[in-house]
Design a protein around this ligand. Structure first.
Ligand code: CTP
Length: 397
């Protein structure tokens, strides 16, 4: 099932490195070829000889090995694979990946690659639960890095909890899923995300609060199912996921033009917090405060991108999904918004400050369709995204 697939396997320094030996066998049994990279710490747990013997391939370990550079440079090595698998992915490797460090061969390959990366984390439960590791995990998931595990269980260090590396066959299944065409293969989805900035003058603007976290997670969720994603984003705080067709904009008008230019699409998801107004009398020069009196801003309405796409006479995407950020009567307001804008679904959420949703990592949403309101339990923004992506795949199938 993995015939002709080429895996670059990075083995980090953890007790679970012994399972990487079995992983090499399992991948090869299924027809994949495996090029192993063993970190210095990894070589404290498994020997270079057993790794290269099991893979029947040259083992790479040192960034500054000139013979290797002459045969195959590290950039080429990072791109020759169909998939990069990191197993075990230690807390240290995850931190290096999240920070974009490249001080050794493994981290350099991970930074230089243009291929998808799957990590199988493995570490002590306290290290896994530490806010720094969880922050790194969120960053990596936002970057489109795939994960498998860790599992709950007894650990080599005597503690119990999440942190055990996924079993080799689970990793093989994740490799298989990462390399097969997802249910959205061949489908094009446009996603808007982040805030828009509407200039007052060259240095000032008005905007909505939005980190872009939910829109970014949705784009990652759609990519994971094989969709081609055009990601039209305002200036959010979260880096756009790798692998999207990225269109960066500032204003609502630019966002509308970018969405129109990206059509046709099978589906469109409008997660952006678009400013409802722009400043009609924006100044080309910085407004000086020593001028007499306070400046008076005149507002003009921005185009409603969601409504205009939902109501297109021809060429409308087959499925149009909007968001409703509400602070009162969430379901009633969102249901009315769905009717008014003419979209197919609305993902409604309560963004009252006490919910902690705005700028937080979790979301509590209700999906509103023509069938009614479906309340989803409170969950991480990436889980909301994965669930929404799966529903979109179902609707487009
Ligand atoms: N939206 C859009 N273009 C706009 C305003 C909003 O595409 N100019 C989209 C958002 O991306 C979101 C949905 O419309 O999917 C709802 O946005 P929201 O700000 O909650 O609704 P409003 O239209 O601003 O309605 P209200 O101010 O009455 O809540």
């Amino acid at each position: 099932m993995l015939a002709d697939k080429h895996i670059l396997l990075i083995i980090g320094g953890g007790i679970a490195a012994y399972k990487a030996l079995d992983l090499i066998r399992r991948l090869r049994e299924r027809g994949a070829s495996v090029t192993p990279v063993l970190t210095k710490a990894g070589s404290e747990f498994v020997t270079p000889l057993s790794v290269s013997a099991l893979s029947s391939n040259k083992l790479y370990s040192d960034l500054f090995d000139l013979t290797d550079e002459a045969e195959m440079g590290h950039i080429e090595l990072s791109r020759a694979a169909d998939l990069i698998v990191v197993a075990p992915a230690t807390a240290d490797l995850m931190a290096k990946m999240a920070a974009g460090l490249s001080g050794d061969l493994a981290s350099t390959l991970l930074l230089a690659t243009d291929k998808r990366v799957l990590i199988a984390p493995s570490m002590n439960v306290r290290m896994w639960e530490h806010p720094a590791t969880q922050r790194n995990l969120a960053t990596l998931q936002g970057d489109g890095i795939l994960t498998v595990g860790p599992n709950d269980g007894d650990m080599a260090c005597g503690e119990y909890g999440p942190g055990r590396m996924a079993e080799p066959l689970e990793i093989v299944a994740a490799v298989d899923a990462a390399l097969s065409d997802g249910p959205l293969a061949g489908k094009h989805v446009v996603v808007t995300s982040g805030p828009t900035h509407e200039p007052i003058d060259p240095v000032r603007y008005i905007a909505n609060r939005s980190s872009g976290a939910q829109g970014t997670a949705i784009a990652s969720g759609l990519l994971a199912l094989g969709a081609k994603v055009t990601f039209v984003t305002g200036p959010g705080d979260v880096a756009p996921p790798r692998g999207v067709d990225l269109v960066e904009v500032q204003t609502a008008k630019q966002m509308q033009d970018a969405v129109n230019a990206a059509l046709p699409a099978d589906a469109a998801v409008f997660a952006a917090a678009v400013a409802d107004w722009h400043v009609a009398n924006a100044s080309d020069n910085k407004i000086k405060k020593d001028k007499a009196g306070l400046p008076t801003l005149e507002f003009a309405e921005n185009p409603d991108i969601l409504a205009s796409i939902s109501q297109m006479a021809s060429g409308r995407p087959g499925l149009v999904v909007g968001f409703a950020a509400e602070t009162t009567d969430v379901i009633a307001n969102a249901t009315a918004k769905r009717e008014r804008k003419g979209c197919d679904w609305i993902v409604a959420n309560d963004v009252s400050p006490e919910t902690g949703i705005m700028g937080g990592s979790e979301n509590d949403v209700t999906l509103i369709t023509s069938e009614g309101a479906e309340d989803w339990p409170r969950m991480g923004k990436s889980e909301v995204a994965a669930r929404l992506a799966a529903r979109i795949a179902q609707a487009l199938s």
